[in-house]
Design a protein around this ligand. Structure first.
Ligand SMILES: [Zn+2]
Length: 234
């Protein structure tokens, strides 16, 4: 049995020290995604890692470690308002999310089966955008800058990426659900993510100075993707 080793988070990327990133990121795939032997990317949504739908709603059972107060998890309401995802307290459901305060903010992609952890480090991850980001991973979504069509929208500056961390920028054959590349997605990494030299690793093709990774909350496209992937009806 492997002891899962935790990770980084989008928010920390901006202030990460080299020591911190080196010791943690070598265990990571795509920065804050927990590697899994079973599945590792959002093409899994075509193979059964979606959460199950019952009637109109997709119920995602969850538990919360005592690290958090429930109020903090009311951040879920953004999904309840705009999608057919319903986070429900776990009773006897086999598959569920367990939120706890680990090292950094990280999540698996898609439903893994049984207890599935999401780490939200207490001092650093409990922000609307970060919780939504990690929850979107668990719902089956990948980072914006690894989308299959990303090369038309962003330029990845591989020469500026810290050696060994290039895999965070590897393209994934994502299902983009007919939604456009979205610079304002909560799944978009910042310009300087994993930079080794203070120069940008990601820039928008239409405007190299466009600040990326600034989303304060889930975007309209992020919402549209959830609704399309899970076939939510209004
Ligand atoms: Zn992420």
């Amino acid at each position: 049995t492997t002891r899962m080793t935790p990770v980084i988070l989008v928010l920390f990327l901006l202030s990460m020290t080299p020591i911190f990133s080196v010791s943690l990121t070598k265990f990571l795939i795509h920065g804050d995604i927990m590697p899994s032997l079973m599945r590792n990317a959002d093409p899994c949504t075509a193979r059964g890692c979606k959460w199950r739908k019952k009637g109109r709603y997709v119920y995602v059972p969850f538990t919360i470690a005592s690290d958090f107060i429930f109020q903090q998890m009311l951040l879920f309401t953004s999904f309840h308002r705009s999608t057919c995802i319903r986070f429900v307290w776990r009773r006897k459901q086999v598959d569920y999310l367990h939120f706890f305060s680990g090292t950094g903010c990280w999540s698996y992609i898609g439903r893994q089966g049984k207890q599935q952890k999401i780490s939200l480090q207490k001092n650093g991850c409990v922000y609307t955008s970060t919780v939504q980001h990690e929850v979107l991973h668990a719902l089956g979504f990948h980072h914006e800058q690894v989308r299959s069509d990303r090369d038309s929208y962003v330029k990845i500056h591989f020469g500026n990426i810290r050696p060994g961390l290039e895999s965070n920028f590897r393209k994934v054959q994502t299902n983009n659900l007919g939604t456009p590349y979205d610079f304002n997605s909560v799944m978009q990494y910042p310009n300087y993510a994993f930079s080794k030299n203070g120069l940008p690793t990601i820039t928008a093709r239409c405007n190299p100075n466009l600040p990326l990774g600034c989303a304060k909350q889930i975007s309209r496209n992020d919402i549209a993707r959830v609704n399309r992937l899970y076939k939510c009806s209004k």
